[in-house]
Ligand binder design. Sequence first.
Ligand SMILES: Cc1cc2nc3c(=O)[nH]c(=O)nc-3n(C[C@H](O)[C@H](O)[C@H](O)COP(=O)(O)O)c2cc1C
Length: 211
Amino acid sequence: MLKLQIIIGSTRSGRNADAVLRWLIPVAQSCGAFEVETLDLRDWPLPFFEETMATVGDFNNPTYSSPLVKRWNNKIKEADAYVMVTPEYNHALPGVLKNAIDTVFCSFGFRHKPVAFVAYSIGVAAGVRAAESLNQIMLETEAIPVRTQTLIPFVTSAFDAEGKASNPALDIGLTIMLDDLAWLAKALKLARVGGELLPATIRSRMATARK
Ligand SMILES: Cc1cc2nc3c(=O)[nH]c(=O)nc-3n(C[C@H](O)[C@H](O)[C@H](O)COP(=O)(O)O)c2cc1C
């Protein structure tokens, strides 16, 4: 079974993320493609990013600046696919989520794995600018962003008392996104098993050292 990690990008109390998760998690669990784990950044109080080559230490068994940073890198490495649940803060993703992504440092944990975005906001914007920021950011981690995004406008009225989506188009969109994610996750897992090139940054350093 493919391992899916759902990463929650809001940590503030009273967050609307919880209404989104109440809807999203059962759909992801029942789609049949994934073993689902939720990574709540509230449970991962990562320090503000402070890694350097010195804190990483031994590249093959990095120490990092703290055991929690090491555990976070190892945790991210476990997955075959990711869903990032993000609100829009000032036309971008929350800083806590960006910090968690940056903290995956020198372990290349996201590399060659697909990532999909569920974005939301209280207004009409639906978190689209957070999702678009994430598209660009995650490409740099060498994750493969799924084209289909789940965008939720007016999040405070998007779900009924049972947690069901008020607009059926949301269910359809989420199912399509998860299908695309599963297809890519399977294909990329096979490709990784077949062998991977070293990351370009490492190959570049090696080539420079040979000169
Ligand atoms: C710091 C901050 C900045 C925000 N900026 C935007 C924004 O740029 N666009 C938008 O549509 N909503 C914005 N909002 C409203 C959020 O979309 C809304 O509060 C959402 O529920 C936040 O998710 P959360 O409750 O899970 O943290 C902002 C909210 C906060 C707290």
